[in-house]
Design a protein around this ligand. Structure first.
Ligand code: AMP
Length: 279
């Protein structure tokens, strides 16, 4: 496994690869878990060469967020990458990725980038697009792997690829969960045992909604009622949003197969957790 830290190194390395190699990129912020692993494995299956980037991107964190305290464990991450057979791990310093103080910036569209996560974390998706565009430019992947766990992020990046005519196919990967149902997240380490019990209500609520859909319920209002009831009165849990929308992130009054997502964001203690259901 090659470990690269320098922008010039990765450009030179990428140039050295045969033209007919298919390249997969898995962008991450590290603290890798089985969710990340599944993305790397998907790339290993599809592509000849797999790049994993590990970079805690400062521009996607708000002033009061956990940038400084975001979980970091590079040694363990490298072990995981090596074990799965990652070809290249790219771990740049901030100064490498943001070397200009007046760089050109990408702005997520209001209707997709400033609702839900983007409403609570204003500017978050601008930062995400900025770093992903840079990584795309450096790695020039044929396939980029993103988790459905971060549904809004996935959809906005898909739109950037389309709007900028990037020759990249985004490969959506299903959410990996612990056996108890909790969606894997680097932030789960912040939860104590009691908070984890409360957090489990999030995936359990999505399961209830999924059951109701299976039972024939199509009206979002009814499904949201079920969700709100299941999430009310849970110790230490505060729902930030629970909503049902389409792939343009517009609220959907009626759910449609393959076109609808149920989104939940909740704070358990001071830890923000996201989960969703792709209908
Ligand atoms: P992060 O390191 O949190 O920025 O995540 C890097 C990538 O892993 C993103 O595409 C996430 O959507 C994806 N990811 C995070 N958690 C999971 C999970 N539980 N299952 C599948 N993919 C995930």
């Amino acid at each position: 496994m090659k470990l690269l830290k320098d922008v010039q190194e990765i450009i030179a390395y990428r140039d050295s690869l045969p033209k007919d190699f298919s390249i997969g990129l898995v962008p991450t912020m590290g603290a890798l878990h089985d969710g990340h692993k599944s993305l790397i494995e998907a790339s290993k299956q599809k592509d000849k060469h797999t790049f994993v980037s590990i970079f805690v991107n400062p521009t996607q964190f708000g002033a009061n967020e956990d940038f400084l305290h975001y979980p970091r464990n590079i040694e363990k991450d490298l072990e995981i990458c090596e074990k799965i057979g990652t070809d290249v791990v790219f771990i740049p310093e901030i100064s490498q990725m943001y070397s200009s103080s007046n760089e050109i910036t990408i702005k997520a569209p209001k209707n997709m980038g400033y609702v839900y996560e983007g409403f609570i974390r204003e500017g978050h998706f601008d930062g995400v697009l900025q770093i992903v565009m840079k990584l795309f430019g450096l790695v020039r992947p044929h396939h980029a792997y993103f988790g459905q766990k971060d549904a809004q992020q996935l959809l906005i990046i898909q739109k950037m690829i389309k709007d900028f005519f990037l020759p990249i196919e985004l490969v959506p990967c299903p959410t990996k969960r612990d056996i108890d149902g909790l969606a894997l997240s680097s932030r789960n380490v912040y939860l104590n045992a009691e908070q984890r019990q409360s957090a489990l209500k999030i995936s359990a609520t999505l399961e209830l909604i999924a059951q109701a859909i299976k039972g024939g319920e199509k009206r979002s209002l009814e499904l949201l009622k079920i969700g709100k009831k299941a999430l009310s009165g849970v110790k230490d849990l505060k729902v930030e949003y629970l909503d049902i929308c389409d792939h343009q992130l517009v609220m959907s009054p009626i759910i449609k197969r393959d076109e609808t997502i149920v989104l939940i964001a909740a704070k358990v203690g001071s830890t923000r957790l996201l989960d969703n259901l792709w209908v």
